[in-house]
Design a protein around this ligand. Structure first.
Ligand SMILES: [Zn+2]
Ligand SMILES: [Zn+2]
Length: 130
């Protein structure tokens, strides 16, 4: 096995560990920073890892519940606007619900979560496995 395949295998293992950890324990920014420091010296390795991580994060984002906005689903709730784009929710728009119970347009929050990993309203961890 050549060096590149070995690195890829290691990365896959690392990514698997990471995938398991973000599903079972709260999203760990410190762990991620640690990995990034290790990977800093090798750009090629860092790129592969970043790609893998982005994939894992979008998988994690896709696991968050979403629903179609209607007057029924919003019953009894005060906030009916998305604090990312500051627009009100409209009928039939797809809304994503974060673990902290804050709601956003799917497109708005998915874009936000790719770089922030927390709720724009309360800063609660959005990629928490619980
Ligand atoms: Zn929005
Ligand atoms: Zn929140």
């Amino acid at each position: 096995m050549d060096a590149i395949s070995r690195i890829n295998e290691e990365l896959t293992k690392l990514a698997e560990d990471y995938r398991r950890s973000i599903q079972t324990i709260p999203y760990d920014e410190e762990h991620l920073n640690f990995l990034n420091r290790i990977l800093k010296k090798n750009r090629c390795l860092q790129r592969s890892f970043t790609e893998l991580l982005e994939k894992l994060i979008s998988e994690r984002i896709n696991m968050l519940p979403k629903y179609e906005y209607s007057t029924k689903t919003n019953e009894g709730k005060e906030e009916a606007c998305c604090t990312v784009c500051l627009n009100d929710f409209h009928l039939n728009e797809i809304i994503r619900k974060l673990p902290c119970n804050h709601d956003f347009h799917v497109d708005c929050i998915d874009k936000w979560l790719k770089s922030h990993h927390n709720c724009p309203n309360c800063r609660g961890c959005a990629l928490d496995g619980h």
